[in-house]
Design a protein around this ligand. Sequence first.
Ligand code: FES
Length: 204
Amino acid sequence: METTRSPGLGGGTIPKPPSKAKLAAKPAVVEAVGVAKPQSDEKPPLTFRRRLVWTAVGGFLITNFLMFLRFFFPRTLFEPSSRFRIGYPADFSLGVDERFKQSHRIWVVRQPDKLFVVYAKCTHLGCTPNWVETENKYKCPCHGSGYDMEGRNFEGPAPRPMDRAHVEFDADGQIVVDIARLYSCPPGAPCQFETDPNSYLVVS
Ligand code: FES
């Protein structure tokens, strides 16, 4: 800092005010020495982060909107009807018919004087047995239960015979089966399918 002598006061010095030119030059010094200007290549990461956040928010909102729309389309399971026609008695020859096992889980059993429908579900733990024609029996593949042609258990852990389905004739004489109405033979109790007339059909 420049100084000047004060006339007539014993030689003391009074500091000179800075010139206008120096004052004007100061900001340049601060700018040069002080705060560093942000570099232009720091902006892209900030923009990328913003984009990332907005993408996440947008994805979240879209997902929730789609989930909301999903409520307008209830999940419906289209299963075959439990009540269906299987044809006329003359369509079945003596023995066990497996035509409807895959589609409706039943066997149609034709005997000389009657016809009935066995529901193909093992009474042990519910597996689907197989009809073994060479041995004249149904055999469960899970734990080995065996049933005769009428569905009566005679070997393995099955506790009782397999159920029979409701059968009746329609107005045209076709056989109608309803697997929602089953007749059973509980252990130690009389069999429903021996007493209920809708558990078999009389045929000739
Ligand atoms: S489920 Fe058939 S024997 Fe066990």
